[in-house]
Write a new protein. Sequence first.
Length: 367
Amino acid sequence: MRKIAILAVLGVFVSTLALFPTVAYAVNSENDVNKVTKSGNEYKTSEEELKIDNDIRGDLFAAAETLYVDGEIGDNLFAAAGGIVVNGDVRNDVFLAGAYIVINGDIRGDVKIAGGEVYINSDLITGDVMVMAGKLSVADEVEILGEKEVYSGMLSEGVVDNPVDLSGYNPESNKVMFGDKEYNFDSSGVVTLFTGAGLVMGFFWKLLMLASMILAGYLVLRLFPVLTETTLGTMNKAMVKSTLLGMGVYVVAPLVALVLLFSLIGFKVLVLLAMLGGLCIYLSGVYSSYAVGRWILVMMGNEKTGRAIPLALGMFVVELTLFIFGLLPFIGWLLVFVIRGVLYSWATGALVLNKYRSMQTIKPKKK
């Protein structure tokens, strides 16, 4: 029941990219992962080349230096690699991240891709297509039934000589070409293209800020180990209660601040509460990301990994997910607000709940 509850809250992050196997590959690179669950899902990682020749009954989570998916995928495909070739058909959605990506099989669902060079050679894609890439090339015979949303510096449609393998990809250098021009067109949906150079610079700036966040967060975990573990314990054991309490705190706090602001004696208290509130919000961001990273590693069977790895993983998952959702038109900002709000409320409620419990247990001694 506990795992189901955690999955319900954090599933939105896991469903965006193949981050489970990516972490297993980065953390445990000396031992490749090959795991099959009772439901038919398969988790596979490799330090070098990985070929999936067999059919998969459920989801496939895969990560490698180069990845070939030749079998049919019965459900969703989540993959991250330097070079990816999908030759088999996928019966549901596809989420890919890599420097060089080629899709040759048919996709009976949505396609979400973040990559350097992306080539789509499928005969049929029944769902929506969202691609963020330096270069995107769509073959002439591809039929896309859903909408298309593309962020790319170079776009080619109706191509007759698309590559069908990884012959143009160099895994040693990971070099890919990025365009520097801007294109706009409308075809079977709303498509907006930004400059590839600006997109890449923005992405690397995000990575730089993420590294700074991880470093500061790690210092928090090391300086306050007891607070960290007690907060994580409450977040796991009382997840719904913590989240609702945190939401209540964020609703009530502005009202209390207004009362103190216009009162004659409450200004100093307001300053103190503002400082504590800022610290609480920052800790909530760190602890919620840390909890996400720990949960992912537990699901992958890597529980004893210290503090740095789960924190880095959690922050990467959260920030990348919010970045991708933020690209969605109209509702992107709302999704980002809701997801971040739930995460922060989860951790804030746990902090407040722990403080309340400690105040109840520590009572003055009677003389």
